[in-house]
Design a binder for this molecule. Structure first.
Ligand SMILES: Nc1ncnc2c1ncn2[C@@H]1O[C@H](COP(=O)(O)OP(=O)(O)O)[C@@H](O)[C@H]1O
Ligand SMILES: [Mg+2]
Length: 382
């Protein structure tokens, strides 16, 4: 199980939208997901059309129970979609927040509760309030990762340094380290300001920034007022596409961290050699989690070209070739691998690996393959 807090000191930065829809996309990918609404404004709860009556237990009720009357988190979780459960929030009078503050284990209440359900869920996602008080600190202490949605507006960086300071304090005084990932949200590509701010965010956050950008999408706004996640409300919308991309990137960057090293498939290695600079291109692909043909064919050519340092034309060809290989693996592979070349492959002892053969095969067969591949419709270019 991995716990992720969605936090930003600033309200309206897309926290709740990200928490709800990232959860929904991970659930769609068949992961068992628990979404905890930790904001007394209950926006995530309302996004599923749920409103608690005053006497119904919320996450805050559970956090306030004394150890002798232990609360069971699993009993509070409500199924809201396939593979997705929600623990609702409720209004929290100020005095209650203060009463949480007076406990010994005040920063680890939530972590203890989440520990109860460690075997039931793959991901626990916490939607934090727009503040860095006791609730958000509980969320950080319970999490291994924090996703930091940042609105691509003039005030984007407002308060971000305070969030980063809070991470440092928790590391220094409570020996709890979290890794964080900024995500640009509410991006309007039509405005130069949005584009400039995105560049600025990328420069500032560098490796702590998700590639995926969440664009403005009216469907995202509408979905929450319909009480549905975007995967249910409009599963072909750009909002759904962006959050599913984010979920995929998240799985590569965050969730599989520390497991076996991830390597590109043989076919991707081959394409990096044909269209790029071999090892460098491969490393850039690997760092972006583009390990398979399936991933490569979904890439956006101009964006990928920029990262790989290749021309858009070469990148487009590489993606088209990946699409072709992915769709007709049996047809294409023998064609590009059996060319009777000359050079390295003949010097090598025994049968050369497929990628060498391709490099040395007569170029006309490669050109034929790519020319055909270019005609093939790309999934991102409708
Ligand atoms: N990508 C988006 N496109 C359009 N509207 C969005 C998008 N992300 C969020 N919103 C809307 O912006 C408002 C603030 O978003 P929300 O996720 O509630 O932010 P926060 O939880 O940080 O306060 C909401 O009305 C939400 O529907
Ligand atoms: Mg919110």
């Amino acid at each position: 199980m991995r716990t992720i807090a969605i936090a930003n000191h600033k309200g309206g930065s897309g926290k709740t939208t990200t928490a709800v829809n990232l959860s929904a996309c991970l659930a769609e990918m068949k992961y068992q997901v628990l979404l905890i609404d930790l904001d007394p404004q209950s926006h995530a709860t309302l996004s599923f059309g749920i409103e608690l009556a005053d006497d119904e237990p919320s996450i805050f009720w559970a956090m306030q129970q004394p150890a002798s009357e232990r609360a069971y988190l699993a009993e509070l979780a409500r199924p809201v979609a396939k593979n997705l459960s929600l623990i609702p929030s409720a209004r929290l009078p100020l005095s209650h927040e203060e009463s949480l503050l007076s406990r010994d284990n005040r920063l680890t209440r939530l972590r203890e509760l989440i520990g109860q359900v460690a075997t039931k869920f793959d991901f626990v996602i916490i939607d934090c309030p727009p503040a860095l008080g006791i609730l958000t600190q509980n969320a950080f202490m319970a999490s291994q990762s924090v996703v930091l949605p940042v609105e691509t507006s003039f005030y984007a960086m407002n308060g971000v340094s305070r969030v980063l300071d809070t991470f440092e304090e928790l590391a220094r005084f409570h020996h709890h380290k979290v890794e964080y990932w900024a995500v640009a949200t509410l991006f309007d590509k039509r405005t130069a300001l949005s584009r400039d701010i995105l560049e600025e965010l990328r420069r500032f956050f560098r490796n702590n920034m998700m590639e995926t950008v969440i664009r403005l999408s009216i469907h995202l706004r509408e979905a929450s007022s319909h009480g549905e996640p975007i995967t249910v409300y409009a599963n072909t919308s750009r909002g759904c596409q962006d959050y599913c991309d984010l979920a995929e990137e998240f799985l590569v960057k965050v969730a599989h961290r520390g497991e076996e090293p991830v390597e590109c498939s043989e076919e991707v290695i081959l394409l990096a050699q044909i269209y790029g600079n071999g090892r460098e291109t491969l490393e850039a692909l690997r760092q972006r989690g583009i390990l398979s043909l399936a991933k490569l064919r979904m890439a956006e050519p101009s964006k990928l070209a920029h990262h790989l340092g290749l021309t858009v034309h070469a990148t487009r060809q590489m993606i088209a070739h990946a699409t072709r290989l992915h769709t007709f693996p049996q047809q294409i592979m023998p064609m590009v691998t059996t060319g009777s070349g000359h050079g390295i492959s003949q010097e090598a002892e025994g049968p050369a690996p497929a990628n060498q053969l391709v490099l040395e095969s007569n170029t006309s067969s490669i050109e034929t393959a790519t020319a055909e591949a270019d005609d093939f419709p790309h999934p991102n270019h409708h």
